[in-house]
Design a binder for this molecule. Structure first.
Ligand code: ATP
Ligand code: MG
Ligand code: MG
Length: 387
């Protein structure tokens, strides 16, 4: 579909699914990450690079082989990306390094959103992480409040719930060495998420609004469409679109939000890449989030209906985490999914370790009740197979 080569910084599961989408359209990809990383396993190119997305020389090597650079993780070396403009004037970087820079520091991201009149949870930077400074934050925000690492956070690693004044020493110890900020507790009734596509000519399109359920800070389930009054659905989609309009550069973005009981919606955080809450799009939507990302950065056509959930499609995504007790024990869940109509299993080619994201299952059916019935069988909550 396009003769240009797309270089991907990062070769985890998001990179793997990007490569799969690129393969479908015969678009050449080159991956920079460790040997045999999940994305490399699905593409036999000899050009993949063994190295790191945080190493300047490795990034430069990748740039020398590609027409377009993109990311599957935001924790990349931004100063190097910015410096590539001089060395490789024709190279396109999507999303823009400036956007990645703003987003990879969660506090800077918040400041930027506030400047653009987007509602977020009240936050304060911590320059001097002492018990006294956290006590005064506790007085201001009340308890619980969130202590968060500004950078390199994922799957809740980098978050600590400060329940009361006596948990402050433990919080400081847990996040020792990280640049920190504190965030007021958001008493949400639902967590929502929307995938947004931004084109090279700055058009912005939203996928449906989904509800995510987190367990131990890791996304566990994703329901699409989210069960919401239409007014809230529209408000969430509009907020996500407006937030992404404020950033620069093309590609797919994941927008995580908190719905409060008074109907207010706050943005939790934004990911400048494909997102766990968008995996359902592979089987439920006309175009997956991964293909949409490629179409956006390659300036390929994106008809208005690309993000539509075909009539009567409802879907639940279940994340597969490495079993806590039995090595590869999670494969039992996959086996039950394979017995279930409308269930699609994705395994990422990662070594199974307790609690590690190793795959996901999409369940697609004509009603949420039916999706739930199938999920109950897959997870073992019910023993009645769905035929
Ligand atoms: P991700 O894997 O999505 O990048 P992360 O490590 O960046 O996760 P956050 O998104 O900041 O972490 O938080 C993880 C989860 O913790 C949220 O999805 C939400 O359930 C809870 N959480 C985060 N911030 C708050 C808050 N201010 N109030 C209440 N709950 C919160
Ligand atoms: Mg995050
Ligand atoms: Mg998050």
């Amino acid at each position: 579909m396009d003769s240009r080569t797309v270089g991907i910084l990062g070769g985890g599961q998001l990179g793997r699914m990007l490569v799969e989408a690129a393969n479908k359209l015969n678009i050449k990809t080159v991956v920079l990450d460790a040997e045999n990383s999940p994305a490399k396993q699905v593409s036999n190119s000899t050009e993949h690079l063994v190295g790191s997305f945080s190493n300047p020389n490795d990034i430069r090597k990748l740039a020398s082989k590609c027409d377009i650079l993109t990311i599957e993780i935001e924790h990349v070396d931004v100063p190097t990306l910015k410096s590539l403009k001089d060395e490789f004037p024709k190279l396109q970087i999507s999303p823009s390094p400036e956007t990645i820079e703003l987003i990879q520091d969660k506090y800077k991201q918040k400041e930027f959103l506030i400047k653009n009149k987007i509602q977020v949870a009240e936050s304060v930077a911590i320059t001097n992480p002492t018990e006294e400074s956290l006590q005064s934050i506790g007085k201001k925000f009340g308890y619980p409040f969130m202590l968060k690492a500004r950078t390199f956070a994922y799957d809740g690693r980098g978050n600590f719930v400060v329940k009361n004044e006596s948990s402050i020493p433990e919080a400081l110890e847990a996040l020792k060495g990280s640049k920190l900020y504190a965030e007021k507790w958001a008493p949400f009734v639902k967590e929502l998420s929307v995938m947004i596509v931004r084109t090279l000519d700055n058009r912005v399109y939203a996928y449906p609004v989904v509800e995510t359920i987190h367990k131990n800070n890791i996304c566990h389930l994703c329901y699409c469409p989210a069960e919401l009054p239409n007014s809230i659905r529209l408000k969430a989609a509009l907020l996500a679109e407006n937030a992404i309009k404020a950033f620069s550069g093309a590609g797919i973005f994941g927008v995580e939000m908190f719905l409060l009981d008074n109907g207010d919606i706050l943005i939790n955080e934004i990911a400048p890449r494909p997102h766990n809450s968008g995996h359902y799009t592979i089987d439920a939507c006309v175009t997956s989030q991964f293909e949409a990302h490629l179409r956006a950065i390659l300036n390929l056509p994106i008809p208005r209906s690309f993000s539509k959930l075909p009539t009567n499609n409802t879907t639940i995504m279940l994340n597969l985490l490495g079993d806590k007790d039995v090595p590869n024990g999670e494969l039992k869940i996959c086996e039950r999914a394979l017995q279930t109509p409308g269930a699609f299993v994705y395994l990422y080619g990662k070594e199974s370790r307790p609690g590690r994201k190793v795959g996901h299952i999409n369940i697609v059916s004509s009603s949420m009740q039916e999706c739930q019935r199938r999920l109950d069988y897959i997870t073992g909550k019910s023993n009645k197979p769905v035929v």
